[in-house]
Write a protein that binds this ligand. Structure first.
Ligand code: GLA
Length: 422
């Protein structure tokens, strides 16, 4: 055999081995996902808890389904109508079945599911890996997993949020997979949302168990709560992928506790973080401002990008400016001058089509400029890009090389999609 032929053969053998290894790795990582075929992009829809708490009934669930269609939200991908806590009677019946609350859900859950399905939407429900749910107003599914999963399947449930209150003290890694198996046995594909609040780092074990996992405690409708959930969720970015998502909790947009700019930051960070986009306001009575935020197609497209890469914070800066600014505003409060809070954050994620999504965020109390450096967001410094501002719906006239700077009001952000050109 000639030397050249020999080298070619060796190269082919090496390539075959490499290919085999790559396909083995892909197959192994696929195999450890929950194989119900759901959640290939983050789920979108609505949930009753953030706005209504326990004040829910079948009428408002039907009206919410109507509103999802009439507002055009369903066409944009918002498909799940999720009933949270408090839908059932406090006791099971004599056969151990969960009983829908007789005064608030008199027609039963199947009738609601049929209604929602006729609208082209999906119905979600809520239970708990404990003896009672968090409200303590209804039983949890611990010890009744198969029976409840069968009931959910027979009613036509498409999504289950599974909470962690009032349990027996055993680990979530033991209690949650029991419901995973029960759902699979019941035979209906159900998006399984683990609501374990991030206690035992569910990002590390959630992929074969559920389609999403909460990484945080409950969100509240204010800036500090929202931004801290985004921070806690970011830590687990590497774990998000089609079929299994980090969940920093549901949206508060439209509930009234934040300014328009703050809600835009909220929606932008959830979108770029590939978080579930579960609306938490009363969508039967929304302002135009709320509707404009949650119907931004370009921002939704970032969230639903087929690659499913969750954004990372690539740079934080601004100690100096915070110190000066607060010092000027509150010159008598010297301890605040010591603050080391960072003010400007750059978040970035790869998108399909060689594009990048970038958020420039000002968390500080005064106007600042923020800069995304190509080096930080993974672009070659010489790359020329076109920048689309997703909140202005404008492609900027200038093309950018090396960096992009924007000036930002307090508690506001820019969300750009960058596309290399030439
Ligand atoms: C927990 C969950 C919330 C909500 C309530 C209902 O606190 O984290 O999202 O479901 O329970 O009681």
């Amino acid at each position: 055999m000639g030397k050249r032929r020999c080298a070619a053969l060796a190269l082919a053998t090496i390539m075959a081995v490499v290919m085999e290894l790559v396909s083995h790795t892909v197959a192994t990582s696929r195999r450890i996902m929950l194989t119900n075929g759901l959640g290939m992009t983050p789920p979108m829809g609505w949930n009753s808890w953030n706005h209504f708490g326990c004040n829910i009934d079948e009428k408002m669930i039907r009206e919410t389904a109507d509103a999802l269609v009439s507002t055009g939200l369903s066409k944009l991908g918002y498909e799940y109508v999720n009933i949270d806590d408090c839908w059932a009677e406090i006791s099971r019946d004599d056969k151990g079945n969960l009983v829908p609350n007789k005064s608030t859900f008199p027609s039963g859950i199947k009738a609601v599911a049929d209604y929602v399905h006729r609208k082209g939407l999906k119905l979600g429900i809520y239970s708990d890996a404990g003896y009672f749910t968090c409200s303590k107003k209804m039983p949890g599914s611990l010890g009744h997993e198969e029976q409840d999963a069968k009931a959910f399947a027979s009613w036509g449930i498409d999504y289950l949020k599974y909470d962690n209150c009032n349990n027996d003290g055993s680990k979530p890694t033991v209690r949650y997979p029991v419901m995973t198996r029960a759902l699979m046995k019941a035979g209906r594909p159900v998006f399984f949302s683990l609501c374990e609040w991030g206690d035992m780092h569910p990002a590390e074990w959630g992929a074969p168990v559920g389609n999403s996992w909460r990484t945080t405690n409950d969100i509240a409708d204010n800036w500090e709560s929202m931004i801290s959930r985004a921070d806690q969720n970011e830590v687990y970015a590497e774990y998000a992928r089609p079929g299994g998502w980090n969940d920093p909790d549901m949206l508060e947009v439209g509930n009234g506790g934040m300014t328009k700019d703050e809600y835009i930051v909220h929606f932008s960070l959830w979108a770029i973080s590939k978080a579930p986009l579960l609306l938490g306001c009363d969508i039967r009575n929304m302002t135009k401002e709320t509707l404009d935020i949650i119907t931004n197609k370009e921002v939704i497209a970032v969230n639903q990008d087929p690659y499913g890469f969750q954004a990372k914070k690539v740079r934080m800066e601004g100690d100096q400016e915070v110190t000066k600014a607060l010092g000027a505003i509150l010159s008598k409060c010297m301890w605040i001058v010591e603050s080391t809070t960072k003010t400007r954050y750059i978040w970035a994620a790869s998108l399909s089509g060689y594009r990048l999504a970038v958020v420039l965020l000002n968390r500080g109390p005064v106007r600042y400029s923020a800069t995304a450096l190509w080096d930080d967001i993974g672009l070659d410094p010489k790359t020329v890009v076109e920048a689309r501002d997703l909140w202005e719906h404008k492609t900027l006239r200038t093309q950018f090389v090396g960096n992009l700077t924007a000036t930002l009001s307090p508690h506001s952000c820019k969300l750009y999609v960058l596309k290399p050109i030439g």
